[in-house]
Design a protein around this ligand. Structure first.
Ligand code: KG4
Ligand code: ZN
Length: 340
C-alpha cells in the first residue's frame, strides 16, 4: 500500500509518501518533505496562528509536488491520501484537510483521516536508511511528549489503545519553551535549552519535580515554571553560567518526572516495549535515560530518528497504513480539539 500523507497541524507543512507491504510490520519512507515557518515564529517568541496558516498555504502545493517527485512514483501508483485531522491550529489544519479533500476528489483516491497524536506514536514504526525494521511487541507503552501534549498510552494492539494519564497544565515541550523564554532564549527553546544545559551544573538548584510521587499517571509542569520564574526574579546577575545551570536543572527535573511515571506504568502493565515520541523525544538526555531504564527491566526501547520526532507527514502515513479506514472526502472536517 502506498500512501501520500499530509501534515499541517501547526507551523510545519509536511508531505510524504510511505509504503507498507501486507506481510510487513513496519513502514518504509519513500519521501518526506518538511517546510517550516519557524523562522517567523522565532522573531515573535511563539507561533502566531494566522501567520502559520498563511505560510502553510504557500508551502502546501510545492511540498506535495516534491514528495511525489522524490518518491519516483506516479499519482496512479498511490492507493490513498492520509491527512492530519487534528488536534492543532484550525487555520493550519484547514489548509491540509481541504487540500487532501480536493486531491481525493480530483484523483479519485480514498482519504484516511489521522489523529496527529497517534501519528507521533507511529513514527516508531518508520524505517529508513539509518533505522532497520525491529518488531514492536505488545503490550507497549507510549510516552508522547510534544509542545502541546504529555501523555502515557497503553497499546495492547493496533486497535486497542488506552490513555493512562497526561499533563494537567503545561506540556513538557511547552515547559521547555516557556522557561526558555524566561531565560531569554529564542523560540522554540527546547533544543536550545538542551545545548545550553550541557555547560551547566544539574545540581546547582533544587527545582521541584511536580507530581513525581502521585499515584496516577498525570503530569504537571506549571509549578516548575513558577519556581524558575521566582529564581530569575531574585537573581540580580543572570549571567551565562546561571542560565546554563538553570537549563541543566530544569532538564533534569523534566526528564526525572517523565522517567519515573513511565517506568511505573511499564511495571504496572508489564509491557514488552516502550515507545518514546513527540518533539521532546529529540532530547538526548531523555532518550539515553529512558533507554537505560528500559533495558534494566528487559523492556525493548524504541524512539524515532530525531528528525522524525518533530512534526512530519511520514508519521501520519505510518498510522494510516496500519489503520486504512477510508472516509469519503465530503465527510471530513478539520477538528482542532481532537484527542485520544
Ligand atoms: O511534536 P512537536 O514538533 O510539535 C507539537 O506537536 O507540539 O514538538 C515541538 C516541541 C517544542 O516544544 C520544542 O521545544 C520541543 O518539542 N523540543 C525539544 C527538543 N527538540 C524539540 N525539547 C527538549 N529538547 C529537545 N532537544
Ligand atoms: Zn506534533
Amino acid at each position: 500500500m502506498k500512501i501520500l500523507a499530509i501534515e499541517t497541524s501547526c507551523d510545519e507543512t509536511g508531505a510524504s509518501i510511505v509504503s507498507k507491504n501486507p506481510h510487513e510490520n513496519y513502514i518504509t519512507i519513500l519521501s518526506n518533505v518538511v517546510a517550516s515557518s519557524m523562522a517567523f515564529h522565532s522573531k515573535t517568541g511563539g507561533v502566531i496562528p494566522n501567520v502559520a496558516a498563511r505560510e502553510q498555504l504557500k508551502y502546501i502545493v510545492p511540498a506535495i509536488e516534491n514528495a511525489i517527485e522524490n518518491s519516483k512514483l506516479r499519482i496512479e501508483d498511490l492507493d490513498a491520501i492520509a491527512v492530519t485531522l487534528g488536534p492543532g491550529l484550525i487555520g493550519s489544519l484547514l489548509i491540509g484537510v481541504e487540500t487532501a479533500k480536493t486531491l481525493s476528489y480530483l484523483w479519485n483516491k480514498p482519504l484516511i483521516p489521522v489523529n496527529h497524536l497517534l501519528g507521533h506514536i507511529y513514527a516508531n514504526w518508520l524505517t529508513g536508511k539509518d533505522r532497520k525494521p525491529r518488531v514492536i511487541d505488545f503490550p507497549a507503552l507510549a510516552l508522547l511528549v510534544s509542545g502541546g501534549h504529555t501523555d502515557l498510552i497503553l497499546i495492547n494492539s493496533h486497535n486497542n489503545l488506552r490513555w493512562l494519564g497526561g499533563t494537567r497544565d503545561d506540556a513538557a515541550g511547552e515547559a521547555f519553551d516557556k522557561i526558555g523564554r524566561l531565560l531569554n532564549l529564542p523560540y522554540p527553546a527546547g533544543p536550545i535549552m538542551e545545548t545550553v544545559a550541557k555547560k551547566g551544573n544539574e545540581k546547582a538548584f533544587n527545582f521541584p519535580r511536580p507530581m513525581i510521587g502521585s499515584k496516577d499517571f498525570d503530569f504537571s509542569f506549571s509549578g516548575l515554571k513558577a519556581a524558575v520564574m521566582r529564581k530569575v526574579i531574585i537573581t540580580k546577575n543572570m549571567d551565562e553560567k546561571t542560565t546554563a545551570d538553570i537549563a541543566a536543572c530544569v532538564q533534569k527535573s523534566i526528564v526525572q518526572v517523565l522517567l519515573r511515571k513511565t517506568i511505573k506504568a511499564a511495571k504496572k502493565y508489564n509491557v514488552r516495549s516502550i515507545l518514546l515520541s513527540g518533539g521532546v523525544a529529540a532530547n538526548q538526555k531523555l532518550r539515553n535515560e529512558l533507554s537505560a531504564e528500559s533495558s534494566k527491566l528487559n523492556i525493548e526501547f524504541f524512539v524515532p530518528a530525531k528528525s522524525l520526532c518533530t512534526d512530519n507527514a511520514a508519521m501520519i502515513g505510518a498510522y494510516a497504513a496500519f489503520h486504512p479506514k477510508k472516509v469519503s472526502w465530503n465527510k471530513i472536517t478539520a477538528n482542532p480539539e481532537l484527542y485520544f
